[in-house]
Design a protein around this ligand. Structure first.
Ligand SMILES: [Zn+2]
Length: 63
């Protein structure tokens, strides 16, 4: 299953660590259990690497 997990990550099918998932104001973000990369939720059960998804990174906004 380890090989399958790595393949899944390579095809952008990450598995979030649910305990560490949090709402960043625009998307759910967290870390992948398998590859430990920062990921964001694009859709239900669909997670992408945060680096591939710049819109999801919260911007510093003046209040
Ligand atoms: Zn992953």
């Amino acid at each position: 299953m380890e090989i399958f997990g790595k393949l899944a990550c390579l095809t952008n099918w990450h598995k979030p660590n649910r305990r560490r998932v949090r709402w960043n104001g625009r998307n759910f973000s967290g870390h992948c259990l398998r590859c430990e990369r920062a990921i964001v939720r694009e859709a239900h059960r669909k997670w992408r690497e945060e680096a591939d998804y710049p819109d999801a990174i919260p911007q510093a906004q003046p209040r």
